[in-house]
Every structure is written in C-alpha cells, then in structure tokens.
Design a protein around this ligand. Structure first.
Ligand SMILES: NC(=O)c1ccc[n+]([C@@H]2O[C@H](COP(=O)([O-])OP(=O)(O)OC[C@H]3O[C@@H](n4cnc5c(N)ncnc54)[C@H](OP(=O)(O)O)[C@@H]3O)[C@@H](O)[C@H]2O)c1
Length: 229
C-alpha cells in the first residue's frame, strides 16, 4: 500500500450531529477560543482539504490567521499557510472564491477526467488541477498528496468528504467540537452520511481527550495506531 499523509479530521457539530443548518448562510457552531485552537492545528499541517460544496457554501479562507504562527512556519522554511486542497466532480467553483484568492500557498483541485478540461480553463490560472481518472478516491488523493510532500493533512469537511475518509479508514485522528445547541432539521448536512464505518459497537474508537473550550467541547479520538497522543 502506498504511503499517505497522517490525516486529522476536524469539524464542529451541533448537539444533534449537524455540521450546518439548511440555510444559505454559514452556521457558526464554534467560538473564538476554538477558532484559535483550530488555527494552531492548521499551522501544524502541510495541507487542508475541504469538499467543493464547502467552498461554494461557506467560501472559507482556510489560512493560518495568527501572525506569530505564520512567522513560525516561515522560520521553519514553510509557506505562510498550508496548501489548500479541494475535490470536485462537476468543477463548478468560482475562481474568485477565497479558497483561490486568499493565502500565499499552492491550491490543488482534484477532479475527474470528465471535467478536467473545464476545470483547467476555469481555475488553471489560480490552482493546480489534478486529473484523478474516472473517479476521485480519497485514498488516491491522499497518496497523490503524499507524493507532493504532504505528510500531515487536515480535513475540515463537509459531510461527504468526512464520510469518505472515515468509511475508507483513512483517518488517523478526529477532532470533533460539539456546540451547545440543536439544529433539528434533517435537510441540513450531518457529521456523516450513512455508511459502514470501521468504528462500531464491537470496535470503539479511543477517546484521547474531552476538553471544554468556553461553551463548546472538543473531543479528540485516535482512529489509527499512527495516532499516539
Ligand atoms: N461544521 C463544520 O465543521 C463544517 C466544516 C465544513 C463544512 N461544513 C458544512 O458542510 C456542508 C457541506 O457538506 P457537503 O457534504 O454538502 O459537501 P462537501 O463534503 O464539502 O463537498 C461535497 C462535494 O465535493 C465533491 N466531492 C466529494 N467527494 C468527491 C469525490 N470522491 N469525487 C469527486 N468529487 C467529490 C463534490 O463536488 P461537486 O459537487 O463540485 O462535484 C461534492 O458535491 C456545508 O453546509 C458546510 O457549511 C461544516
């Protein structure tokens, strides 16, 4: 099996397990103290991945915000912020999205052969478009990232992407933040879709930490033997 980066999944959900509500507005689940914690985790990674729907819906910047952390990365010979990565089948992304425009780092778009020409003409000037063949698998994407020097990958959602990493047993660590309210709308995206996951009543994940961060709780789980603390 080819090597893949150490992979850390990071997301926030409501008490009833939703990643967002069903509106067009981004739902803020976390708080400032937790955003700062996430910033520190980002600063320690080589690449950050989100699905194309998250790029479209939330227009996230996905950059390290703290000047001190940026300076520390630069001292270590790294780019100010990790490589940004997304995956798309349809290649319908706005080339002016913050994903492409913000942050001095490489942007990678994984897509299928069917849409690679469309993707290259739309984002070729602002990103590297990678043809993943007839379908993009998270294992193939992970191995390709490894071949590009990515050793630590942070996956920040959304539901579809998290489901694939978990169901394909490609995650080493999970950082799950629980916000103190309910969404209560089954039209909204959940933490994961239906699937067969490697962790079930007969194989429980190892809880590493449960830490209050102001009004949210961070749950850290080890999902593979590669996760040691
Ligand atoms: N609370 C949190 O921590 C958090 C974090 C991130 C996102 N979110 C929320 O999650 C929601 C989005 O979740 P989502 O499940 O709808 O979308 P998503 O996982 O962000 O992206 C799904 C899209 O990614 C592309 N994709 C995924 N797997 C692919 C594959 N194997 N091959 C090719 N393309 C693939 C497809 O893009 P195309 O449609 O372009 O083909 C697919 O529609 C948003 O509401 C966002 O706010 C919450």
């Amino acid at each position: 099996m080819a090597d893949r980066p150490y992979t850390l999944l990071s997301c926030a959900m409501s008490l009833d397990g939703y990643l967002d509500d069903a509106s067009d507005q981004r739902l803020i689940l976390s708080n400032d103290a937790d955003f700062d914690r996430v910033d520190e985790v980002r600063a320690g990674c080589d690449a950050i991945l989100v699905g194309a729907a998250t790029v479209r819906n939330d227009n996230p910047r996905l950059v390290v915000r703290s000047g001190a952390r940026v300076a520390d990365r630069e001292r270590r010979g790294l780019t100010p912020t990790p490589i940004k990565v997304t995956v798309t089948e349809r290649a319908k992304l706005d080339a002016h999205a913050a994903f492409f425009e913000v942050g001095e780092t490489e942007k990678l778009v994984y897509c299928t052969s069917d849409t690679v020409d469309e993707a290259r003409s739309a984002f070729g000037p602002v990103a590297t478009v990678i043809d993943s063949g007839s379908s993009v698998t998270m294992r193939g994407l992970s191995e390709d990232l490894y071949s590009r020097g990515v050793r630590r990958l942070m996956v920040e959602g959304g539901e579809t992407v998290l489901t694939q990493f978990l169901a394909e047993d490609l995650a080493d660590e999970l950082h799950l933040v629980v916000a103190p309210f309910f969404v209560g709308d089954c039209q909204a995206p959940r933490l994961v879709r239906d699937g067969r996951f490697p962790w079930h009543p007969g194989r429980r994940a190892a809880l590493l930490e449960a830490r209050p961060v102001e009004d949210v709780v961070l749950l850290r789980y080890a999902l593979s033997p590669r996760c040691s603390d």
